[in-house]
Design a binder for this molecule. Structure first.
Ligand code: SF4
Length: 414
């Protein structure tokens, strides 16, 4: 499994940023509050409006506008110049309030489209702004795009899915669900790079019987011949599992003082045990050991460490070395052929459904091309190649139609 980012068809200047929308929405709320304070209090009636905690909704504003209009219509006709001026001012304020209501609807729609994301493109609301590898200007500019995840076997695309989030960590479990939906089973083995090595992913694979050949962030560093671990790092300290304490470089016991819980972006709760040294004052190693005040506290995620140990064992085994060697010629080779040989770097449609269909056809064509090349290499005749090609086309189309199309329509209907 691996991922790459593919640019959307949308222009790079069609962005909507969550932070900007939220900031402007807060400013708009203040403007509405000020305007309502200016409007005749007898008409507006509420004192609660002055309360800054009141969160206006478009419905609320529509009701206020209707009420104000009704009140203005009820006012007797006047010939007094001053009163006429005041009436004109009130009408203007009502129009202003209507404008604010429309703006509020617009901001709420933006937030709805954004969902969990931080940005989207106005032309292609399914696309999220992310940094691309192909950065012609070399200024790290963000462009609208999709994070394409693919699974390959012998360089055949076995599954794919598009994600709005640019990091790979959160895409693995949904990708497995998509695989299960398509094939009615989970893979037995998964090989991926260190971008996927999180506690949540390791746990999911262990619980579902998937053998994980997935690196963690320091795996490469550890494998260097000249690598010497830092003796002050929590991972280098001696741990007594029976009595649950660490021994610091000075030989002092670090006893457990509690547990720290963190929530990841996907809602997964990680637990880290906290250990504290008894007395660090006057320690000759203090300068190299830690910089904070008081006694040293370390946080250790035992479960993650356990998964890392298992991953290390697997990756260094004979099978692990074989898989690691193949990883760079599996999805990477497919991406290379796709992006550089076939120039498929940008989608030609807008909208998630259409883009999914766009890539599905590409994957079908890619697999057929691969199969033909393989058959020709094996010395099969042209008729056999054509036969296999049509069979492949039929099976892939059938599978894709049944699985993906139904899924898309079900989602739409839901
Ligand atoms: S500073 Fe504290 S934790 Fe670090 S070696 Fe000295 S006594 Fe141990």
């Amino acid at each position: 499994i691996d991922g790459t980012k593919i640019e959307s068809k949308a222009n790079k200047y069609t962005f909507v940023w969550r932070k900007t929308v939220e900031r402007n929405r807060t400013r708009l709320m203040d403007k509405i509050r000020i305007l309502l304070e200016q409007v005749d209090e007898a008409i507006v009636q509420e004192n609660s409006i002055k309360d800054t905690s009141v969160e206006f909704t478009p419905c609320m504003l529509s009701d206020i506008v209707d009420e104000l209009k009704e009140a203005l219509e009820r006012q007797p006709a006047t010939k007094d110049k001053e009163e006429k001026k005041a009436l004109r001012k009130k009408k203007k304020q009502v129009r202003e309030l209507e404008g604010y209501r429309d703006k509020l609807i617009e901001y709420d729609n933006h937030l709805d489209t954004l969902g969990e994301r931080n940005s989207y493109s106005k032309t292609d609301p399914g696309a999220t702004f992310m940094r691309m590898k192909e950065d012609a200007m070399k200024n790290g500019q963000t462009k609208p795009g999709y994070n394409l995840q693919i699974g390959t076997e012998n360089q055949f695309i076995t599954d794919f899915r598009l994600f709005p989030n640019p990091t790979d960590t959160l895409t693995l479990i949904p990708f497995f669900h998509s695989f299960q939906y398509r094939y009615n089973r989970l893979p037995n083995i998964c090989v991926a790079d260190s971008g996927y090595g999180s506690e949540e992913n390791y746990r999911f694979m262990q619980e579902n019987g998937i053998e994980a050949f997935i690196k963690y962030n320091y795996f490469h560093k550890e494998q260097r011949p000249r690598y010497t671990p830092n003796p002050f790092h929590a991972e280098s300290l001696h741990y007594n599992a029976q009595e649950d304490y660490y021994v610091c470089p000075m030989g002092q016991h670090m006893n457990r003082i509690g547990t720290k819980r963190d929530k990841t972006a996907s809602g997964y709760i990680t637990e880290s045990a906290r250990y504290k040294a008894k007395r660090c004052e006057g320690c000759p190693l203090r300068g190299s050991c830690f910089k904070a005040r008081g006694n040293r506290i370390i946080e250790v995620n035992h479960r993650l460490n356990q998964y890392k140990r298992q991953a290390r064992e697997r990756l260094l085994s004979e099978e692990g070395i074989k898989h690691r060697g193949r990883r760079c010629i599996e999805p990477e080779a497919v991406f290379g052929q796709m992006k550089y040989n076939m120039a498929y770097r940008r989608f030609r449609h807008v909208g998630e459904d259409k883009v999914t269909m766009d890539f599905a056809f590409f994957a079908i064509a890619f697999n057929i091309k691969k199969m033909c090349a393989k058959l020709i290499k094996e010395g099969k005749g042209l008729i056999t190649v054509a036969k296999y090609m049509f069979m492949g086309l039929f099976i892939t189309r059938y599978n894709w139609n049944i699985a993906t199309c139904c899924q898309m329509h079900e989602e739409k209907a839901a």
